[in-house]
Structures are given as C-alpha cells and as structure tokens.
Design a protein around this ligand. Structure first.
Ligand SMILES: [Fe+2]
Length: 354
C-alpha cells in the first residue's frame, strides 16, 4: 500500500486502510473500490491523504502500532467521556483505565516498530482522534524513556484526557472553520484550567492527569500558558504530552491550515528542542516516530523516485526505498529496493507524489 493525496485518486483505485468516523465507526472499509461519490464524501470530511493498494506498492504493509479495533474503541470512549461531561454528568473512569491498559499492552508488544501514524483523521472527529494519538505517542515515549508500567499508565491516562477541558469551551469557537481572533483564542486557552478543575475532582484519576491537562501548553522558555511556567517547574509528563500534542496537531489537517508532513513537524520540534521542548523527549521521539513513514513517496538526491518500504530504527532518515521511477522520470519495468543505510551516497531530498 502507499499514501497518496486525495486529489490524485482516480476511479477504481482500491482503498487500503479503513476510514473511521469521529466516533470510531468505519465509514469506508479497506478494500473498497473508490469512485467519485466516495471521493466527494472523503473531501467533505476534510481528508486530504489516503492509503491505496496498487501494483507499484504491492507487498508494502503499513502496520499501525495499535489495532483498528482498539483505536475505534479508544475514540468512542473519549467521545463518550466528553459527551457525559458536556451533559454535566461524571464519566466512567474504569473505561479510561481499561483502554489505557489495552493500548499499553499493544504498544509494548510493538515496541520495536517505528511509529507510522497511519490513521486518517476527519475534521469533525479531530479532538477524539487527536486525544487517542497523543495518548499513543506519549505511551511510546514513556516506554522509550524506560518508565515502569505504573508511570506509563499514569502518563497515558493524562495524555488521553489532556484536552478534556475543551468540553467547557463553546462549540462555535471550538469548531470555528477559520483562524481564531485573539479574543476567541483567549477563551480556548481556558481549556487548560478547565481540564485541571474537572480532573482534580475525579476519584480514580491521578492528580498527575490534572497537572498534565493544566500544563500541556506550557513551554520550557516560559512562552506557553496558562502560567508561563519554565523548565523543570513543568512536570516531566507534561513535557512529554506537549511534544506529542504539537506533533499530532501539526500533522493533522485543520479547517484553517493544511497539515505538515512528519519530517516537517519533526524539523520544527528539533529546532525548538531545548528552548520550548524537552530535548530528551524530542530525542526519544525521533527514535520512535518514522520521519518518512512506510508508504510515502520520496525523491532521492539522484532524482530517482520511490516508495518507503521499511524504516531502519537507528537511522530514521535512511529507510529502505523501492525505486519506481529512474532519474529521467521514466517508470521502471522492474522495481528494485535499496537500503539507504547501506548506500551512503544516496539520501532523501523530499516527499513526492508518484
Ligand atoms: Fe490543548
């Protein structure tokens, strides 16, 4: 399978990964033959890239670090939590503990897999899919940083609930399809305090979750909010969730801006490592998240184009690439694979469409 822009999809292409609705239900199932009406629907959902199966990508499998069922379940749980809170009732904390445990056990089993966040988020379900992704990324960082199981679970629950305060932000601001004006942004910023207030009252949810919700927009150099905290005064779990939060937000489409590619978001985090973000967290992140995810089209410095087949864990910029087009942009009859970890004169110069 390979990833392509929705604008490049033509009738008859085969969808490789199921598309989930905001509450985790399957909207379009993997294997379906795409046609114009499906494409219109995907565009309406704000989906800009999908995975397809075709001859040039045969045998390339993008493995998500968690199963589709677990991802669906997690999205539906966070949606239920948020609906209960909007309706002024409490939420089922046991469900939150259970899903955190399930995610952790799948992620521990896949601990040596470089993360390809292969989920395709629709605009509507952004907050739910985002909460699940931030939770997954934070758990991976916790595992990578050698935390024990209790700490990983506490971190995972904090990450899962980090944006819970958004339930108290008016919907018309939260779902505004354009950039917020400064007064509206001030209202959105309050979600950090709201989250703290909600979570500190919950039995069976650790205070650390409340601290993470409160501080996930703080930055090491004091440029964040709500308290402009600095350095070590920001809890370590909060520093982890901040990195996961920014990465997932930047690689997601929003109504008012297009998403960045993983390598662009990682460059941003690297550039701000030590000033805004904890350098140890950014380093762990780069070890575990694929810069060029499997299925991406890439161009090499010799102008050849191909598809990423496999990542090399300790050399994230040097994956195995299946060459499809030669340096004259002619499609090859026989594709072949090169391992960039062994061909040091070759390197990727950018993402491209094939
Ligand atoms: Fe937030």
């Amino acid at each position: 399978m390979r990833k392509i822009l929705i604008d490049q999809v033509v009738d008859g292409m085969i969808l490789a990964n199921s598309i989930l609705s905001p509450n985790g239900k399957v909207l379009l199932k993997a294997g379906v033959e795409l046609n114009n009406s499906y494409l219109k629907r995907l565009k309406l959902l704000g989906i800009s890239e999908i995975y397809i199966e075709d001859d040039i990508s045969e045998g390339i499998n993008v493995l998500d670090v968690v199963s589709e069922e677990t991802r669906q379940e997690a999205m539906s749980i966070i949606q239920n939590v948020m609906i209960s809170l909007r309706n002024d009732s409490g939420f089922d904390t046991k469900q939150v503990h259970d899903i955190a445990e399930k995610l952790i056990s799948e992620l521990v089993a896949n601990r040596n897999v470089m993360v390809n966040l292969s989920d395709i988020k629709s605009l509507d379900g952004y907050t739910f899919a985002h909460s699940v992704n931030v939770c997954i990324l934070s758990i991976i960082l916790g595992i990578g940083m050698g935390f024990n199981m209790n700490r990983i679970k506490e971190l995972g629950i904090g990450a899962f609930l980090h944006d819970i305060g958004k339930v108290l932000v008016p919907m018309e601001i939260l779902c505004k399809p354009s950039q917020l004006v400064p007064e509206e942004f001030e209202v959105v910023k309050k979600h950090a305090n709201y989250g703290f207030e909600i979570l500190k009252k919950c039995d069976n949810i650790s205070t650390i979750s409340a601290i993470v919700a409160f501080g996930h927009h703080e930055r090491l150099d004091g440029s964040g909010y709500p308290l402009k905290l600095r350095g070590e005064s920001i809890h370590q779990f909060t520093r982890i969730v901040s990195v996961a939060d920014v990465y997932d937000a930047m690689t997601s489409n929003r109504a008012y801006r297009k998403k960045l590619q993983p390598h662009e978001a990682l460059e941003y985090l690297t550039a701000l490592s030590n000033t805004q973000f904890d350098s140890a967290v950014v380093a762990a992140f780069k070890k575990h998240v694929a810069i060029y995810p499997v299925g991406s089209g890439v161009m090499l410095n010799n102008r050849q184009k191909g598809i990423v087949v496999k990542n090399n864990q300790n050399l994230p910029t040097r994956p195995v690439v299946r060459i499809i087009y030669n340096e004259y942009n002619q499609k090859l009859n026989d594709f072949y694979e090169i391992d960039l970890s062994e061909r040091l004169n070759l390197f990727i110069i950018g993402i491209c469409q094939l």
